[in-house]
Design a protein around this ligand. Structure first.
Ligand code: KIV
Length: 272
C-alpha cells in the first residue's frame, strides 16, 4: 500500500470510523471530484473521500454551492468511486435535493447511492432536516451531518464569518449535533466555528466530529484544490497549504507553450 500512514488496506467503513474515535485515532478526510485525483487521494492514505458540492466552486467556477444538481453530483461521485479502493466515499446531497420533504430526500438519496456507488451521503442542517435524515437512515443509507457555516445557507447568513459565536447559536448547534447523533448519523462535520465549541460537541456525541475551520476534532477535512494551493485567491485562516500547485502548473504549462512554439516539442524520440 503506497499510503504514508495507512495501517492496512482494509476498506474504511462507518463502523471503523467509530472505532477510530473510540481509540483516539484521528480521521483524515479530503475532497475529490474526479477519478485520477481520487486514486491519488486514496493511495496517500486518506480515510474518507468527500465528493463535496464545493465542486460548484472549484470545478465549475460558481460563487456558491447552490447550483449543483443531483445529476452533476452523481457524475462526480461515480468518477471518484472508480478511483477509490480503501477510503469511505461520501457524497454531498446538493441544495434542493433534501429540503422539500422527507420523501423527496429519500428518493434523491437512493438515486445518488444507486447511480454513483458511493458509501454514504452528507446533508447540511440540524433539526430542520431531521425527518429527511431519519428517512434516509431508515433506507439503510449512512448519513454524515454538517453544521456551523453550512455553505448551502450562505444567502441566509449573508456572510462567511465564523458561526455560533453567540450563545444562542452555539446552544442550537450543540443540540442539533446531539439530535443528529441520536438519529444515527455516523459522523458530523463542523465548519468554521469556535474551537471550544467543537471540543464541546466532540465530547457530547459518541460519533466522530470532523472539523474544517473548527480547530482540533476527531478528524479534519479540507477542499483538495485549496490545500494543494491551486487557488491563489482563497486564503482563510484555517487553510494550511501543503503545495503550491498554482505555481507548479503555471511553470510546467508555460514551458510546454515555449517548447511547442520553438519547435523543441516533439523531438525525434517523441515521434513515431
Ligand atoms: O462541499 C464541501 O467540500 C464540504 C466540505 C468543505 C466539508 O462540504
Amino acid at each position: 500500500m503506497p499510503g504514508y500512514l495507512v495501517e492496512d488496506g482494509r476498506k474504511v467503513t462507518t463502523k471503523r470510523l467509530q472505532e477510530m474515535k473510540q481509540a483516539g485515532k484521528k480521521i483524515a478526510m479530503l475532497t475529490a471530484y474526479d477519478y485520477t485525483t481520487a486514486r491519488i487521494v486514496d493511495g496517500a492514505g486518506v480515510d474518507v473521500v468527500l465528493i463535496g458540492d464545493s465542486a460548484s466552486n472549484v470545478m465549475a467556477g460558481h460563487v456558491t454551492t447552490l447550483p449543483m444538481t443531483v445529476d452533476q453530483m452523481i457524475y462526480h461521485a461515480s468518477s471518484v468511486v472508480r478511483g477509490v479502493k480503501r477510503a469511505l466515499v461520501v457524497c454531498d446531497m446538493p441544495f434542493g435535493s433534501y429540503q422539500v420533504c422527507a420523501e423527496d430526500a429519500v428518493r434523491n438519496a437512493i438515486r445518488i447511492m444507486k447511480e454513483s456507488g458511493c458509501d454514504a451521503l452528507k446533508l447540511e442542517g440540524g433539526v430542520e432536516i431531521l425527518d429527511a435524515v431519519k428517512k434516509i437512515l431508515d433506507a439503510g443509507i449512512p448519513v454524515c451531518g454538517h453544521l456551523g457555516l453550512t455553505p448551502q445557507s450562505i444567502n441566509k447568513f449573508g456572510t462567511y464569518a465564523v458561526r455560533a459565536q453567540e450563545e444562542a447559536e452555539a446552544e442550537k448547534l450543540l443540540s442539533d449535533a446531539e439530535a443528529l447523533a441520536e438519529a444515527g448519523c455516523f459522523a458530523i462535520v463542523l465548519e468554521k466555528i469556535p474551537a471550544a465549541l467543537t471540543q464541546q460537541v466532540a465530547c457530547a456525541v459518541d460519533v466522530p466530529v470532523i472539523g474544517i475551520g473548527g480547530g482540533p476534532a476527531d478528524g479534519q477535512v479540507l477542499v483538495i484544490d485549496d490545500m494543494l494551493g491551486k487557488n491563489k485567491d482563497f486564503s482563510p485562516k484555517f487553510l494550511r497549504r501543503y503545495a503550491d500547485l498554482h505555481t507548479v502548473m503555471t511553470d510546467a504549462i508555460g514551458q510546454y507553450v515555449t517548447d511547442v512554439k520553438s519547435g523543441d516539442f516533439p523531438s525525434a524520440a517523441e515521434s513515431y
